[in-house]
Design a protein around this ligand. Sequence first.
Ligand code: SF4
Length: 386
Amino acid sequence: MGDDWFYSIGYFGIKIRTWCNDLVTKIPQALTNSFLLGLGSEDLEQFAKFQGEKAFRGRQIHEWIYEKGAKDLESITVLPKEWRDSLYNKGIRVGRLKEIHRVLAQDSTIKLLMGTTDGEIIETVGIPTDKRLTVCVSSQIGCPMGCRFCATGKGGLKRSLDVNEIVDQVISIREVMNRRPTHVVFMGMGEPLLNIRNVLDSIQCITNDLGIGQRKITVSTVGIPGTLPNLAKLAKERLGRVKFTLAVSLHAPNQDLRELIIPSASSYPITSLLKDCRKYLELTGRRVSFEYILLGGLNDQEIYAEQLSNLVSGFQSHVNLIAYNPIAEEAFKRPSQFSVNSFKERLKSKGIAVSVRASRGRDKDAACGQLRRQQIDKMKVSQVSN
Ligand code: SF4
């Protein structure tokens, strides 16, 4: 029996390692302030048994949380009322977030602001097309990486999200859009590799309990020194096979320009980042995707397309170009359509697999974290005027 078991049971807040002749006995000793959302079917069966109920009660909880979208214990009416009350009194909760604001863009993109139990705000986006519904989820509240083009990075990091808070975002978009999400991208607020265990557990839950295949999931990182080989190992341990896509936010083809755009890159030379990407590819067999946000007049010139093609050539990868959405705090400009096209064509002519990601929800504060910051500002203003 390995750490996996210890880890998943750990959700219950149970301190459970009892060693006896090399055996680990599962003995629940404390059960407080726990969230059920994020637990798989087997975990919930175990949970029901720990609580003196039959395993099928756990399967019922699973169905009501993941299929029927139960928001609290009270609404899981299939469970005996006394048991629901007793769980509630023990501090057990479903662990859903509260929607506090919603905006619908002209292209049907929906942005949700969700409130956490400690009064923080999470931003989530649902991006529909005819065939897909992509949920852009946040992995942290705020972000410590401080990328200069990003509204989220301006406020620093508050904390990392728990598994229930990540999974909730996918369920909430499903409910609001009345449609099953097909894809999940960890490209919202936060640096996923700084919350990697919860991100991997969320991927497991999104895959097993919400039925979205791992291949439809993308984890985006700006790069944390030395973590990619560990990510490959940890992901294999937690998920079995690694099938999700790793997207590395490059945004510049050389160290100086990258540091200008991403100050935290000063501790991670671009050559080391690329070396780690190669290692990741070797360990997982998964092609890496490179994200490149085009900032008008800065990194969108042909010389940088040339440098980028040299950097990634011969590397099994894909480059995603994204036209920048301006935010008030920075003077970066949106690139012209002409420069986006020529950048793309230059890469293509060098044999680089490249695509341009369409910008969605532009009429509704499309930049990551923008809506949340505005809501926080509004709340501050109303607190002052009250
Ligand atoms: S772009 Fe991503 S990593 Fe950079 S500050 Fe924003 S949320 Fe953090």
